[in-house]
Every structure is written in structure tokens, then in C-alpha cells.
Design a protein around this ligand. Structure first.
Ligand code: ADP
Ligand code: TYD
Length: 207
């Protein structure tokens, strides 16, 4: 089985940048890497991505949204992640179930218990290593907004949600200390990338 590595953190923390750099660096040292992201990562999940990320912030109830993210994840897991891991590839994924625990679990009422129950029932797979890119919420929001685009349902919630999410992710890292590693994202891209690579190589060596 290959190693399953995920990146988590608030919007604009640098996850996509770091996931790409890690995939490149691991390939250079000979690992066979699949780089993917959520929501999305398979054709069906990419269709669901459009449903959940575009349009009015109140388009879906919190419960419906929880089901949509899990439906997308199930498709991604079945069609991309599990086959790759079974073939011995390293999977690097930008966001996974911890994002659902945070965003759907905490942002609109407390749905964390239902998010966990649904995950256990329908997904049942956690990463081997989760790299939390920790970031000041104001900086993250400014970076995410600077990127532009039309996927703004969550970014529209603003700085309070970002701050709540940051604290929530740090708490989650304490809840699952065996697989979480926290990386300070308030540094140069190359400095963050060096820490990320060292943590991933250590996990691969342990495997
Ligand atoms: P995320 O995937 O967490 O939303 P991105 O990797 O897309 O974050 O980064 C958001 C923006 O910030 C991008 O424009 C990216 O180039 C920039 N960025 C990423 N990491 C850093 C960093 N360490 N310092 C400054 N800018 C960064
Ligand atoms: P993403 O494309 O990773 O955005 P960013 O690069 O700005 O971090 O994710 C889009 C949004 O989807 C992001 O605001 C977080 C949200 N999201 C959830 O609410 N639940 C989830 O399970 C996932 C995977 C993402």
C-alpha cells in the first residue's frame, strides 16, 4: 500500500502550492506520486464541486452540503485514491475529510458528530499523514481573495469564519496527534516546503 498524505488549513494558507511542490520533490527522489484535491479529483466529484462551490452562500442547508461533500469524496476514493494506494503510489491530496469536519462540522451549527458518523459509515479511510499549514486568518483571506475566480461560497463567509476555522484545525491536530503535523505557513514558500518535504520523507521512511 502507498502512503496517503493530505494537506489541510484555511483558505489561502498555501495548501495547493505546497501540495504541488511536495509532489514534484517526491517524484525527483523516485516516488510514484498522484496529486489530487477535494472537492473533486474524479469526474463525478468535479461535477459535485461546481454544485458546492458556486452560487449563493445559502444555496444548500448545512446537512445537504455535508452529504454532497461525502458523495464527492466517496467517488474520489473509489475511483482514484484507493486504486492508487493499492498500486503502491503515494497520494498527495489537497484537503480531505478534516475539511468536512471543520467547514460542515463547525461553520453553521454543530454538525461535527454527524460529520464523523457519516465519515465512518461511508468513507472509513483516514490519511497516514496530514500536514496542517497554519496561517494567520487575515493573511490567508487576503491571499485567497487575491486569487480571484468564481468559487467563493465559503470565502464569502469572511474573516470570523477563517479565524474559527484556524482554531478548529489546530484543535483537530491535537485530537489526532498520530497523523497530524503542524507547519508554520507564515514564511517563504521554500521554507515551508523544506519542512513539508522533511515530514513526508520521515513518514515514507517509517512506512
Ligand atoms: P490554498 O490552497 O491554501 O488556498 P494557495 O497555495 O492557493 O493556498 O495560495 C494562495 C495564494 O498565496 C497564491 O496566490 C499563492 O501563490 C500565495 N502563496 C502561497 N504560499 C505563500 C507563501 N508562503 N508566501 C506568500 N504567498 C504565498
Ligand atoms: P479549495 O479549493 O481547497 O479552496 P482554497 O484553495 O481556497 O482553500 O476548497 C474550496 C472550499 O471548499 C474551501 O473554502 C473549503 C471548502 N470545503 C468544505 O467546506 N468542505 C470540504 O469537505 C472540502 C474538501 C472543502
Amino acid at each position: 500500500m502507498g502512503l496517503f498524505i493530505t494537506f489541510e488549513g484555511i483558505d489561502g494558507s498555501g495548501k495547493s502550492t505546497q501540495a504541488r511542490l511536495l509532489a514534484d520533490a517526491l517524484r525527483v527522489v523516485g516516488h510514484n506520486v498522484v496529486l489530487t484535491r477535494e472537492p473533486g479529483g474524479s469526474a463525478g466529484a468535479d461535477e459535485i464541486r461546481r454544485l458546492v462551490l458556486e452560487g449563493d452562500p445559502n444555496r444548500w442547508s448545512a446537512e445537504t452540503e455535508l452529504l454532497l461533500f461525502n458523495a464527492a469524496r466517496r467517488d474520489h476514493l473509489e475511483r482514484l485514491i484507493e486504486p492508487a494506494l493499492a498500486a503502491g503510489q503515494t497520494v498527495v491530496c489537497d484537503r480531505f475529510a478534516d475539511s468536512t469536519r471543520m467547514y460542515q462540522g463547525l461553520s453553521r451549527g454543530n454538525l461535527r458528530a454527524r460529520a464523523d458518523a457519516l465519515h465512518d459509515l461511508m468513507i472509513g479511510r483516514d490519511p497516514d499523514l496530514t500536514l496542517l499549514i497554519d496561517m494567520d486568518p487575515e493573511t490567508g483571506l487576503a491571499r485567497a481573495r487575491g486569487r480571484g475566480g468564481h468559487e467563493e461560497r465559503f470565502e464569502d463567509f469572511g474573516p470570523d469564519l477563517q479565524a474559527q476555522m484556524r482554531a478548529g484545525f489546530l484543535a483537530l491536530a491535537q485530537e489526532f496527534p498520530e497523523r497530524f503535523r503542524v507547519v508554520d505557513g507564515n514564511r517563504l514558500v521554500a521554507e515551508v516546503a523544506a519542512d513539508v518535504l522533511a515530514l513526508a520523507l520521515a513518514a515514507l521512511a517509517d512506512d
